[in-house]
Design a binder for this molecule. Structure first.
Ligand SMILES: Cc1cc2nc3c(=O)[nH]c(=O)nc-3n(C[C@H](O)[C@H](O)[C@H](O)COP(=O)(O)OP(=O)(O)OC[C@H]3O[C@@H](n4cnc5c(N)ncnc54)[C@H](O)[C@@H]3O)c2cc1C
Ligand code: SF4
Length: 531
């Protein structure tokens, strides 16, 4: 069996892994680092324009074979398995959480506090914004003070978004463009955004995706990357609780196992596959899986509930310009401690379709000039999609478990995720909905608008958790640096470590925490690997 040895073995090749590997190579240039990724490398940037065209013309997935057909299961499971992970597809929205997220218990008597200080996280937000290349304008709310400005100015607002911003501000709720990892000026060797709006696949490279980082690390011979290789199990040293190896298979040769041996192992497989791998890694001393002495692995899986409204307003628009870009208000990130608890972000996206239609509402065909007359008439008014992502708290049994009825082709049970809010969140949900309806009504009233329809999420977006951090091993899997309580040389980074999912997109927070872990991982390396 082939055996590969390195100082650090990183399992998973998404954005958390990319940021971790990049920082470790700077802190410890002589440490050997192997990244093992189950999916393939999609490093053909030169073909992106072609893939984008096919997506626009035929609706084709522009990231061919970026998933593994039999690594699938029930629940909100992450399917993107390729070098770059889900952040090949991501929208790049990079919102920070706020100090309240870390102090839920001490400020509001709810759920739990995070085991780290805001100032510490804030420093790492600055670093994450620099490494990802975030463009944004300073927050309009003074409580969101940043110690370093965004590395690039915010995106220019299209006519439509500027209209929506004016409308939002008229209601007294302050809106601004969403900070995002898209270049507004050339940055880090990549182009500036052309606002073409096909960000699922960016033909210019203006949107950050982790393949850029991996390609550069490989070109400079800083890391070794083994793609197409699925890690199926971690094993222990004989006689102690240190991790000895990661047992894997190359997906083209499933009958020929390979082994990775390392001084330090880091799980960077995201909120689904990191807890899943720990649960698969059973042994006589850890019959329920590694890092799972107290049965916490998989628990407290979390994410956001959201409520959406479509609101028609009296603004003329010219749809189609940078339609993926939207607005955010941080007005409701904070909740006074003497009021009922409700915290959420508030987002606006224009939603008028950019294309003319060939049939009117009565189903009659439109021909010649009638097509444009209809298009102009429909765009005299504008429809906004308005959404709030809520801070909700998971129940202990909001969990990822192994599903013995669903196995991959290797026979490994696949994960199953069932999300469940805790009792306090459930109890306040009717008040939360009422609050949100009042916010929608306030916005509509500001422009003689009309709420066309509202809907509630039937799943949790921006998932995280499953290996939550904490100081007490009885209620957590790892410490605030991601070091597992049970194994001194095993770390979990990024999404799985979050105790709660905040009230906005989580990736910037996953990356900030990962960069914080990188320093701890570098510091615990033996002296011989530190130079
Ligand atoms: C369409 C879309 C839009 C999004 N937009 C935004 C946004 O605007 N803002 C935002 O904050 N977030 C967004 N997200 C979420 C964001 O992309 C993810 O939070 C982020 O990419 C997660 O990164 P990760 O490194 O934690 O995990 P992942 O991206 O899931 O990467 C984990 C990698 O590890 C590999 N792996 C797992 N287990 C193993 C194993 N056992 N052996 C080998 N390899 C393994 C997987 O194949 C995968 O490639 C979006 C996601 C999607 C899908
Ligand atoms: S708008 Fe176009 S150029 Fe800008 S990030 Fe999106 S795809 Fe790339």
């Amino acid at each position: 069996m082939p055996v590969y040895e390195s100082d650090i073995c990183i399992i998973g090749g998404g954005v958390s892994a990319a940021m971790l590997a990049q920082k470790l190579t700077e802190l410890r240039p002589h440490a050997s680092i192997t990244v093992v990724e189950a999916g393939r490398s999609i490093f053909d940037f030169e073909n992106r324009m072609k893939y984008r065209q096919r997506q626009m013309e035929y609706g084709e997935n522009p990231w061919h074979e970026d998933f593994i057909p039999d690594q699938a299961a029930e629940g909100q499971i992450s399917r993107s398995m390729a070098v770059g992970g889900q952040a090949l597809h991501w929208g790049g929205a990079c919102n920070r959480f706020s100090v309240e997220d870390l102090r839920l218990k001490s400020m509001y008597g709810l759920y739990t506090d995070w085991p780290l200080e805001w100032d510490d996280l804030e420093r790492h937000y600055c670093e994450a914004e620099r490494r990802l290349g975030v463009s944004g304008d300073p927050s309009l709310y003074s409580a969101d003070k940043m110690t370093q400005p965004y590395p690039m100015p915010g995106m220019i607002l299209s006519h439509d978004i500027a209209q929506m911003k004016q409308w939002g501000n008229q209601s007294g709720i302050l809106f601004q463009g969403i900070p995002q990892s898209k270049n507004t000026v050339p940055y880090d060797g990549r182009n500036a955004c052309l606002r073409c709006g096909t960000c699922d696949i960016c033909p210019t490279g203006a949107k950050y995706s982790p393949d850029f980082t991996f390609k550069r690390l490989l070109a400079n011979k800083k890391i070794t990357l083994h793609d197409h290789t699925l890690v199926r199990k971690l094993t222990l040293n004989e006689g102690n609780d240190r991790i000895a190896s990661a047992e894997a298979v190359h997906r083209d040769h499933p009958d020929d196992p390979v082994q990775y041996r390392a001084g330090t192992f880091v799980l960077a497989g995201g909120y689904t596959w990191s807890p899943h791998l720990l649960l698969l890694s059973t042994s006589p001393r850890f019959p329920n899986g590694l890092a799972n002495k107290t049965g916490q692995v998989g628990k407290y899986s979390t994410g956001h509930a959201f409520i959406t409204a479509y609101i028609e307003i009296e603004r003329d628009v010219t749809p189609g310009m940078n339609p993926q870009y939207g607005l955010i208000s941080r007005e409701f990130f904070r909740c006074p401690t003497d009021r009922p608890y409700v915290r959420h972000d508030l987002r606006i996206w224009p939603s008028n379709g950019p294309r003319p239609r060939l049939k009117n509402d009565s189903g009659e065909f439109l021909l010649g000039e009638d097509v444009l007359t209809d298009w102009r008439a429909r765009n005299k008014k504008s429809v906004a999609r308005v959404r709030g992502y809520f801070d909700i708290h998971p129940d202990e049994n909001s969990a990822l478990t192994l599903d013995p009825t669903h196995r991959n082709s290797l026979g490994d049970p696949m994960p199953k995720i069932i999300h469940k809010m805790d009792k306090a969140t459930e109890a306040r949900w009717p008040a939360t909905k009422q609050h949100m309806n009042e916010v929608f009504a306030r916005l509509a009233k500001a422009d003689n608008g009309k709420i066309l329809r509202t809907s509630e999420s039937d799943y949790l977006d921006h998932p995280a958790g499953g290996c939550r951090m904490g100081t007490d091993p009885a209620t957590s899997v790892c410490d605030s640096f991601g070091r597992t309580h049970d194994h001194e040389n095993l770390y979990v980074v990024g999404a799985p470590t979050l105790p709660s999912a905040g009230c906005t997109n989580g990736t910037l927070t996953f990356v900030a925490l990962t960069l914080r872990s990188a320093t701890a991982i570098a510091n615990q390396l033996p002296a011989s690997q530190r130079s």
